[in-house]
Design a protein. Structure first.
Lengths: 156, 777
């Protein structure tokens, strides 16, 4: 079947099997930032934003995304124009292996889009579906705080 | 009169928290991991795994599976060379026994591999697996390591090929996978001299690495018919050697590439997918990928070896430790991967920490029909510190001494040695070593202050939730002395940039960045002038790989040596270019400088490539170490124990770490924080639950709980700088040590809170409640 959707603000048309999951479609179409970690919706490596909300793309039937907006890490920024979250993750040392990073960034973006000045507890809650085994999360939480601050300043 | 020492030139790049060189690629999703390569005609492989813990395969019929359209190959034990090997990615000859085959006619645990299929899609491959008919002769299983060596126990490796390749105790007929021992002094005499004697059993559980990227390998034939293996590995050069040997092809036909890796923690120091993947490529002549599921990660990859440890010790009232007698029974599961060396490290990375004249270590590693042990961050030391770290607290409490003071009295110091270093190495005798740097006293001071030790220890408070403080001291090593080797090469480009090629393997640790910083420091250029490329067996020089806490210390020294040679060549060329003597020149801020005369490195590069007596400025260097300088650390935990529910919450955790010079402090902190949280999670929640037939019941993140952001305690890292004379710019290792702390620190804190000693991990609410009930009786 034909799937029309907007990926990172660009209209795309993909041919898919009706049973396919969004994770597999996106990876096949070259959005390699979307990572497979468990296929059970438990690790968050495949998180993308669907109409601005974080979802585990390994659990989302692609056919249910008809006409909707998908954001992946590729859509956040490129090396010359990094999103403040991407910048903060690099600066804070929040990236080690980087496998969980795209999902972490997108869950963080969804949070900050909703809540520009989150408390520590709100950040922890927003990221609790994204597992990371490298960092112990300390620097990831720091990075989100730092990015939030910067984004608030940019808005002023 | 001693001459006044010239002040040391300050470091420009080393010791600074530079951004990771692969950071931009990783945050934009452009980082290329193994499975991110697009290949035409890629086949997907799936492995049929055993439902039985112990069985012989009488017959196996794959004809129906082969008939399925889109299935290109089905391999069983009948189709592959029968080469005994170890999957442990270690130097050759490996200290682990050769007891594994690509596929075998016997299965030895639930999850063991039976057959492998390559098909057009993963779903098709799964369908093909269901069509393979296997006739099993089910054998009695062995699950209890305590029963393994008793007469009449099932023999797991009864095949004639199983053998050890180095002269070490190995007796598969008794399920003995490894044995190690050491004796210094006389432990019985030591016990007689003690005022207090302790004798307790400590038990640690199975645990999974859970790198978020599962194991994945991809292989294809290039235009010259050479086999290219792209794999999520910590040991690319060992992969090349092992795969070539077991597939009976020359090393020269194999190229192994390690792209970005999604975490390893020791789990990817194992070579168990690449051989199968490559065999399928050779059979089909198509690119093949094997990508493990999360369940396969838990069950069929590798785990932390569980141990049962008996520690007897003696202490005098004044705090002198008179005797340490450590006995270990280690369960390696169905195969003996790292069976000897993890066992050795349980003694060799713990016992030298303590001043004690009488020390004994005796360990056996046994086979069982359970999942396979392997390298896991901490590598046996983690298990060892469960015993020693808790018993030190028991000793201090018994003689009424503050544990901090007890450690201060008893820990090894710079300038001292321990007879254990020489007596016990990794699979063989160790190497004598004098400690060159030790910042443990400062770690103790600063850690105790940060957590409020004096103020809060011994004050559990009122109400059902009690607060407790506990601490522990730790050491690890930096590389395997006289065994590990790392090499690097550096070449100068005409714009003054450098290609740094290293065999060393960045698995997310940041070693590409750290090694780049070391090169940049020597060459007096910013880090962005160093183009780092690592771990490609065709392109980069050799390195044993990322294990044994070796990369910064060992490969870093190779980089430093190569950079110094390159620097020498640059100065030589600059001397000719500027017409001044080389001895008067130095490198400074991207220039060769002598007084007022100077030339930029890019100018010199242009000169060497295009102008006069042209040559390529380029050098390589290798490094081995004659010692394994320990990093040291003091960990402090504050816990809240709910006496009504048994729940233990870590509220604060301080890790004060002496890793020598932290080449990149932010990355060193990151290593510490990651290791600490992994350790806390291991201490409190992580465990394998097996049914009576040896099947793991919780192979997923819903039921095998690793900590997430909401569980995170307040973790603080304190880096305590020392200068290790044998390391690059004074650096030692940092990656492993901090996973060893949480279990003993938390157990000791629980004791401070509620007066119970937990000696069996993990410290789940039911165990805490049980211990509280027992105490009340």
């Amino acid at each position: 079947m034909e799937l029309k959707l907007f990926v990172n603000d660009r209209q795309k048309v993909f041919t898919i099997d009706p049973g396919e999951h969004l994770l597999d479609v996106l990876r096949r179409e070259g959005y390699n930032s979307v990572k497979e970690g468990c296929r059970e919706g438990t690790c968050g490596a495949c998180v993308v934003l669907l109409d601005g909300r974080p979802v585990n793309s390994c659990l989302v039937p692609a056919a249910r995304c008809q006409g909707r907006n998908v954001t992946t890490a590729e859509g956040l920024g490129d090396p010359d124009h990094l999103h403040p979250l991407q910048e903060a993750f690099i600066e804070s040392g929040a990236v080690q292996c980087g496998y969980c990073t795209p999902g972490m960034l997108l869950s963080s973006k969804a949070l900050l889009d909703d809540n520009p000045d989150p408390t520590d507890g709100e950040i922890r809650q927003a990221l609790d579906g994204n597992l990371c085994r490298c960092t112990g999360y300390v620097k990831i939480l720091e990075a989100v705080k730092k990015a939030a601050e910067k984004m608030r300043e940019n808005r002023k | 009169m001693t001459p006044v020492a010239k002040s040391k030139p300050s470091l420009q790049v080393v010791g600074k928290s530079r951004k990771k060189v692969d950071g931009p690629a990783l945050v934009t999703g452009r980082g290329q991991f193994t499975a991110d390569l697009e290949l035409r005609d890629l086949l997907h492989a799936k492995i049929l795994s055993s439902p039985h813990a112990h069985a012989r395969i009488r017959d196996i019929d794959s004809s129906q599976a082969m008939k399925l359209p889109g299935v290109h190959a089905v391999l069983t034990w009948k189709d592959l060379p029968r080469k005994a090997h170890t999957t442990a990615g270690q130097g050759a000859p490996e200290p682990s026994p050769y007891d594994s085959f690509l596929l075998d006619n016997k299965v030895r645990y639930v999850g063991d591999r039976v057959a492998v299929v390559a098909a057009e899609s993963p779903d098709l491959a799964l369908k093909a697996l269901s069509l393979i008919e296997v006739d099993y002769e089910v054998l009695p299983p062995l699950f209890d390591p305590g029963e393994a060596m008793k007469p009449g126990a099932p023999v797991i490796h009864d095949e004639k090929e199983a053998h050890a390749v180095i002269p070490v105790p190995y007796d598969p007929n008794r399920n003995l996978a490894a044995r190690a021992s050491l004796l210094v002094g006389n432990v019985e005499k030591g016990l007689r001299e003690a005022d207090f004697i302790f004798d307790n059993i400590y038990e640690t559980q199975y645990a999974a690495h859970t790198s978020i990227e599962p194991h994945v390998a991809l292989s294809f034939l290039d235009e010259h018919d050479r086999l290219v293996i792209r794999t999520s590995t910590q040991v690319p050069f060992h992969v090349r050697r092992i795969v070539a040997r077991i597939l009976d092809i020359p090393v020269s036909r194999v190229r192994v590439i390690k792209p970005r890796i999604g975490g390893g923690f020791g789990g990817k120091q194992e070579v168990f997918l690449e051989g199968l993947c490559a065999a399928l490529t050779l059979k089909t002549r198509r690119p093949v990928q094997i990508f493990f599921t999360r369940e396969e990660e838990f069950v069929s990859s590798r785990t932390r070896h569980p141990q049962i440890i008996r520690l007897r010790s003696g202490v005098r009232k004044n705090g002198d430790i008179t005797s340490l007698d450590l006995r270990v029974l280690m369960n390696t599961g169905a195969y003996g991967s790292h069976a000897l060396t993890v066992l050795c490290n349980t003694g060799s990375k713990t016992l030298p920490l303590y001043h004690c004249p009488n020390v004994s270590f005796n360990g056996d590693t046994v086979y069982t029909n359970l999942p396979v042990g392997g390298a896991y961050r901490g590598y046996g030391a983690t298990q060892g510190y469960v015993a020693t770290g808790i018993q030190m607290d028991e000793m201090a409490c018994a003689i009424g001494m503050d544990p901090v003071e007890f450690y201060r009295r008893n820990h090894i110091r710079a300038g001292e040695t321990s007879p254990v270093f020489q007596a016990l190495g990794e699979g063989k005798e160790g190497v004598e070593m004098i400690i060159g740097s030790c910042g443990l006293d400062e770690c103790l001071d600063r850690g105790a202050r940060a957590i409020g030790w004096k103020k809060k220890r011994g004050r559990p408070g009122k109400g059902p939730v009690k607060r407790g403080l506990g601490m522990v001291c730790l050491m690890q090593g930096s590389s395997i002395p006289e065994i590990d080797m790392g090499a690097a090469s550096i070449k100068l480009n005409e714009d003054g940039s450098f290609n740094l090629l290293v065999g060393a393997t960045d698995l997310g640790t940041g070693s590409d960045t750290v090694l780049g910083q070391i090169a940049a420091e020597v060459l007096a250029v910013p880090l962005d002038k160093i183009i780092v490329y690592s771990s490609d067996t065709d392109m980069t020089p050799f390195d044993v790989g990322a294990y044994a806490s070796s990369t910064t210390y060992l490969s870093g020294m190779a980089v430093k040596k190569a950079a110094e040679k390159v620097k020498d060549q640059i100065l030589e060329a600059a001397a000719s270019l500027l017409g001044v003597s080389k001895e008067k020149l130095r490198l400074e801020k991207g220039h060769a400088v002598s007084g007022r005369r100077k030339a930029s490195i890019s100018r010199i590069a242009h000169y060497t490539l295009y102008e006069a007596d042209q040559f390529q400025v380029m050098a390589n260097a290798s490094h081995i170490s004659h010692k394994s300088p320990p990093p040291f650390s003091a960990h402090f935990a504050e816990v809240l124990v709910d006496t009504l529910t048994g729940k233990v919450q870590v509220s604060q955790y301080i890790a004060a770490v002496d890793c020598g010079t932290a080449v990149n402090p932010a990355l060193a902190e990151g290593q510490t924080e990651g290791a600490v949280l992994n350790g806390i999670s291991y201490a409190l929640t992580e465990e394998y639950i097996f049914d009576s037939r040896g099947r793991m019941l919780n192979p997923n993140f819903n039921h095998y709980k690793i900590f997430c952001t909401r569980d995170l305690p307040d973790i603080k890292t304190i880096l305590v700088p020392t200068h290790e004379p044998t390391g690059p710019y004074g650096a030692k290792s940092v990656s492993e040590i901090s996973i060893n702390g949480p279990i003993p620190a938390i157990s000791n804190a629980i004791c401070d809170a509620v007066g119970i000693r937990l000696r069996r991990t993990p410290f789940t609410p039911d165990r805490v409640l049980q211990a509280l009930e027992n105490k009340a009786l």
